[in-house]
Ligand binder design. Structure first.
Ligand code: GAR
Length: 197
């Protein structure tokens, strides 16, 4: 069974969904490690409750991204991680990890990329007036939400939708879509970079 590390910075609802999918065998993979760059993130408590090992660190205690990524890499190797899954990890991945895990780092982003990359993607979509937004799962490269797209799902923005209405719709989709697509990827043994939906 493939061993996954989830990287998260905040709430961790996607982390929780992935743990749940793995526990019920909807996702045939093991959530073997949580990596967290925020010592106050609620996701830490969630990992504790379900017994997933945690590597949490404060980036400010390191001189550079390369330095903290070397520490992350040691943990990834210790736990024999096959695939890195970013789930609300609000930080660009650097060359240390990209070179150690080529084509084995994926991200979920709350918009139909290449529209609305970066922070506050849902707010950006609402303010722009688009009627359709969505969720993108993609391989991670050096850029901000720029890597090859694996799968996308569209979500309607209705006339009276508030930010929290759209957030709720997006989260609901993410929580089943991410486990589904990761399941397809791990079964394919990462042989293909093409879309899986
Ligand atoms: C998710 O909606 C995810 O798509 C987004 O952060 C949220 C994390 O929620 N990621 C990005 O915006 C990445 N650019 P969670 O902590 O409850 O899983």
């Amino acid at each position: 069974m493939k061993r996954l590390a989830v990287f998260a910075s905040g709430t961790g609802s996607n982390f929780q969904a992935l743990v749940g999918a793995a526990a019920s065998n909807d996702l045939q993979a093991e959530i073997a490690l949580l990596v967290c760059d925020n010592l106050n993130a609620p996701v830490l408590e969630k990992a504790k409750q379900v017994g997933v090992p945690v590597f949490a660190f404060n980036p400010k205690e390191f001189d550079s991204k390369a330095e903290f990524e070397v520490s992350i890499l040691e943990q990834l190797q210790f736990y024999n991680i096959d695939l890195i899954v970013l789930a609300g990890y609000m930080r660009l991945v650097g060359t240390t990890l990209l070179e150690a895990y080529p084509n084995k780092i994926i991200n979920i982003h709350p918009s139909l990329l290449p529209s609305f990359p970066g922070k506050d993607a849902i707010g950006q979509a609402i303010r722009s007036g688009v009627k359709i937004t969505g969720v993108t799962i993609h391989y991670v490269d050096q850029g901000m939400d720029t890597g090859p797209i694996i799968a996308q799902k569209a979500i309607a923005i209705e006339k009276d939708d508030t930010l929290s209405d759209v957030e709720a719709k997006i989260h609901q989709v993410e929580h089943s879509f991410y486990p589904e697509i990761i399941g397809k990827l791990v079964n394919r043994r990462f042989e293909s970079e093409t879309s899986v939906n």
